[in-house]
Design a protein around this ligand. Structure first.
Ligand code: FAD
Length: 379
């Protein structure tokens, strides 16, 4: 073909590798323009992280002579399409109801066509769209089914290599430090950087594709006889897929208070207590330390997230939706499917077959017996 003017909207796939839209446009020798849209309502740490990764991406694109325009909101996209005289806009598929709705609305305002190229998951989403929601209940059943019937598709060849901090982190975690070998033992740790992979700040924005991580893990697996850590990490990547697929099959209720079933108990709202929770001033020191870490850095461990979410929804019995929205505004690895999916699960309105409540004191004793974590964030 050739001669097409293509605007690629990099959204949760801000990278050069494993990129279906970019690969197609390069193969066709299209004239390319790139755009990214700044996330709305982002707290300082989240915004700074996003800006840094976009700046890094701009440098990668510069080497390919592809100009990048950063837009303040999606409503500016039609204007940019006109200005660049684009024939078509490429963007990756949307998984959750909210993003799909936004895309549908936007599409009616565009001066050109919009094509979907690219998936966000490890397994292909095409095969999930035909499933019933019940196939995802519970997670273990879904995982067994996926492993028995599906294969992780190969990466899309773009013949381009990003110079990105995400790929550096991947190399470091797997090959240099080999910290992945002890992942299964340390993943709940609160203090050490290598306790868990810390890949999510890159994965959430698509700086790293999940398939790149998966195949890098498989390569490493062939070099060692110790597989527990590697397999445990793949297990978590399947959880990531799970919430994305759940959001697609669940539709609108993925973002509602009642989720998949009516809330098991009455929620109340109390702005003062909620604000104390956000600021790490509830008086429950294990919760407060985590909430202060989040406020300051935009990060919190998975163990911490489970505890503070359970505390808000099950102990304080406050509405969990503002909690999920608070996380959404603050997390540097903010990801709508993983965030709302995990919150729904912990609030007891998701697919968790057990209605569990975290005992905060017990959790603090197990994971912070010496109080080092609390001392770090409460001082
Ligand atoms: P690792 O333990 O090294 O795991 C590797 C990867 O597996 C992660 O990067 C992530 O992509 C995936 N993963 C790990 N745990 C989970 C999980 N529980 N659910 C789904 N995928 C998982 N993760 C996000 O990426 N963005 C979010 O906005 C987000 N919000 C969350 C909110 C709550 C209330 C809870 C309980 C969890 C949330 N998670 C979210 C999941 C998890 O906490 C983070 O993915 C993990 O802490 C990231 O650290 P890591 O990369 O070192 O994880």
């Amino acid at each position: 073909m050739g001669g097409m003017r293509t605007l690629i909207w990099f959204h949760r796939d801000i990278r050069l590798h494993d990129h279906a839209g970019l690969s197609l446009a390069l193969a066709r020798k299209d004239e390319l323009h790139a755009t990214v849209i700044q996330p709305l309502n982002a707290g300082p740490a989240k915004l700074a992280h996003w800006q840094a990764l976009v700046e890094n991406f701009r440098q990668n694109l510069n080497l390919l002579h592809i100009p990048l325009t950063i837009l303040p909101s999606e409503s500016e996209l039609p204007h940019l399409a006109r200005e660049t005289r684009s024939d078509v806009i490429f963007t990756h598929e949307r998984m959750n109801f909210r993003d799909q709705q936004a895309l549908n609305e936007l599409q009616t305002k565009l001066p050109c066509s919009l094509e979907i190229h690219g998936e966000l998951t490890l397994y292909s989403s095409a095969q999930v769209r035909n499933l019933e929601l019940n196939a995802l209940k519970p997670f273990t059943r879904f995982k067994k089914f996926a492993e028995a019937h599906w294969q992780v598709p190969d990466e899309i060849e773009t013949a381009l290599t990003d110079q990105s901090l995400g790929l550096e982190r991947l190399k470091d975690y797997i090959w240099k430090t080999k910290a992945v070998l002890h992942y299964h033992k340390t993943r709940n740790g609160l203090m050490e950087f290598n306790d868990s992979s810390k890949l999510s700040p890159w994965l959430a924005w698509g700086v790293l594709s999940p398939r790149r991580i998966y195949f890098e893990l498989q390569k490493f697996r062939a070099h060692t006889s110790q597989h527990e850590g590697i397999d445990a990490l793949v297990f978590e990547l399947i959880w990531r897929d799970y919430f994305k697929f759940l959001s697609t099959l669940q539709g609108e209720s993925f973002f509602t208070r009642d989720g998949l079933r009516p809330t098991p108990f009455e929620y109340s709202t109390n702005d003062k207590i909620f604000e104390a929770w956000t600021k790490g001033q509830t008086g429950e020191d294990f919760v407060d330390a985590h909430m202060r870490e989040l406020l300051k850095t935009g990060w919190m461990s998975n163990r911490g997230r489970q505890n503070v979410a359970s505390y808000l929804a099950k102990t304080l019995k406050l509405d969990w939706l503002p909690g999920a929205e608070w996380f959404e505004s603050q997390l540097i690895d903010e990801d709508p499917e993983n965030n709302f999916g995990n919150w729904q699960y912990l609030a007891g309105v998701g697919t968790d077959p057990r209605d569990r409540v975290f005992n905060i004191q017990r959790q603090a004793d197990i994971y912070d017996l010496e109080r080092a974590y609390r001392a770090k964030w409460l001082s």
